[in-house]
Design a protein around this ligand. Structure first.
Ligand code: ADP
Length: 163
């Protein structure tokens, strides 16, 4: 059985992430979407538990997708879950450098671990969780950015944190 892990901050999950999740779930027998809370950029609009809950809501219809969070190194998490594949999404050439570096570090930490990259669907190439948070703070329409099931939740949270 081929099990892959899709790690990230997912603060919050966007339509770009969901596109990668669906495509990876079609390739692997099992996909674990893992909210990683150990990165320096993680200031967090949503708590790790809330992010997991949002991802669960938008992946309900994908039976081979499970959602989890961790504060350990992704390589350790992968080893513990007996997975040899990390999935990452690439938006632009600018993502490439840091992602390749991260892939090499992860392979150094766990030599059975490979990272595969799925290119973004062009319509989501501009999309990041940071953009979503910024738009939400200004009260913009989020329907092109996040799955409809969680729009209300993202709007409420951004309003509360912005005040
Ligand atoms: P961000 O905060 O920039 O949205 P994350 O850490 O949550 O990033 O992203 C997790 C993974 O998803 C990374 O591999 C990232 O490159 C990828 N990703 C993020 N947004 C998109 C998108 N719009 N299209 C494709 N992949 C994406």
């Amino acid at each position: 059985m081929k099990r892959a892990i899709y790690p990230g901050s997912f603060d919050p999950v966007t339509l770009g992430h969901l596109n990668i999740i669906k495509r990876a779930a079609a390739i692997f027998d099992e996909l674990i979407v893992c909210v990683c809370v150990n990165s320096a950029k993680d200031r967090g609009l949503f708590s790790p538990e809330e992010r997991v809950d949002l991802i669960r809501r938008v992946t309900e219809d994908l039976p081979n997708v499970t959602v989890d969070h961790t504060s350990e190194l992704v390589a350790d998490y992968a080893r513990r879950h007996d997975s040899r594949v990390l999935v990452k999404g690439l938006r632009a050439v600018s993502d490439y450098e840091s992602e390749i570096q991260m892939a090499m570090i992860n392979a150094k930490l766990y030599n059975k671990l490979d990272t595969i990259f799925l290119y973004t669907s062009p319509k989501y190439a501009y999309l990041s969780s940071t953009v979503v948070k910024e738009m939400a703070r200004y009260g913009a329409d989020l329907s092109d950015f996040v799955p409809r099931q969680i729009i209300g939740e993202v709007e409420r949270k951004a309003r509360r944190s912005g005040s």
